[in-house]
Design a protein around this ligand. Sequence first.
Ligand code: BG6
Length: 482
Amino acid sequence: ELNGNVTIIVLGASGDLAKKKTYPALFGLFKNGFLPSNAHIIGYARSKMTHDQYIERITQYIKLKSDQDRAMLQAFVNMTSYHAGLYDQDEAWQGLNDFITRNENDRQVHHRHRVYYMALPPSVFIPVAQGIKAHVYTNGFINRLIVEKPFGMDTESSNQLGHAIGQLFSENEIYRIDHYLGKEMVKNCLNLRFSNIFFSQLWHHQFIDNVQITFKEPFGTEGRGGYFDDFGIIRDVMQNHLLQVLTLIAMERPISTDAEAIRDEKVKVLKCIQPIQLDQALLGQYVADGGKPGYLEDDSLKNKQSKTPTFAALALHIDNERWDGVPFILKAGKALNEAKVEVRIQFKNVAGQLYPNTARNELVIRIQPNESVYMKFNSKQPGLSYQTIQTDLDLSYHHRYTDLSIPDAYEALILDVLRDDHSNFVRDDELEASWKIFTPLLHAIDDPQQNVPVHPYPYGSRGPAQLNDFIKAHGYDYTASK
Ligand code: BG6
């Protein structure tokens, strides 16, 4: 079903994203038989490189597990070429178009199908989209544009960017990547919810007490301070990745699995979330500990007085009948005590507790590492005791599916683009609705006059000391689930 006429043009081919994510994902697709043999990949960037230098660059992060993989890599390398050029000159874009056209002619491609993958910094998004539209876009054939975050800094800048790109490409041609939507367990959220009767019936404020969505990384922003400092943790992972997860947990059942049906429901639930107020946020920034440098000590950071948060806990509320009164607590941080991304849904106490002190049920969706879904539930202690104890019903992927290798998120998403499936990409109205939730809070944090407190926390800790009180105040009690 995949179209062998496809030419994938990686713009920004010499950059970090391309070498770390895009090319390894393309190789993964090729290895698994998802890249048609007549397909071709063209790298484009400003740096002049020989073919060998290009190949060395793009294969650097490709992991080879066997001799067969090595042979595959050779075949993959033969499907790719490089062309250097500037991002803001008509002649350069014409040069790229000639290069692609010659390549298509050599491959006897008549139905042109071009995928433009923008692995670029946001400062060149618009000139590049303009250059492509004016000189490389093929009228009457297939053109697809893949864009990566950041999509703006707030509602206004995101809308401006969206408007500029929307003048050039139709919404159907645009694929906005949020790579969390390509992760196996994130994709599983809708299957879990809508194919299990016990979840569908209990998914309601009557039975659910609170939802926590947590993102923890055990490393800091070392080397990325230049980028990170302008954005902060909320823009970096919460407005996009964590909010996407929240949306999948909270949305109503779509009328079908069609991309527009799914995205319609996502937009609806996002519009039910009120903008986050300052008192619904707790912010932090890591400081040196255990031999690890603090955020402000990183060489790549220009502003040594920066107050950019590297940690945030936010309490969100969804104003609809299903979620009335249920707090959704989002937590994200760099330089914490462990690597973990998960959703934890805590149910209410059983009515009229027959067994005293039983813990609450919880459903946990572990996104990474060690993908799993488990349910904390209560059971009689086996043997001669009548005591009720808490235990797990556990679907750990690495136990259940022993020979499964879970595809990288980028691999899954690029395949979706080739199949023209928009389900796992962010629609324009969805993007706007998501920015509206965060923009007032972000503006308050960015305004030095408001002096919003950013609490220090030691590198490798759970976050600021105020975290437990914050979470408790917003509706989650650790002691209730033990
Ligand atoms: C990126 C952020 O979008 O997501 C990074 O810019 C973050 O700061 C990364 O580390 C996390 O992605 P993953 O797939 O490693 O969980």
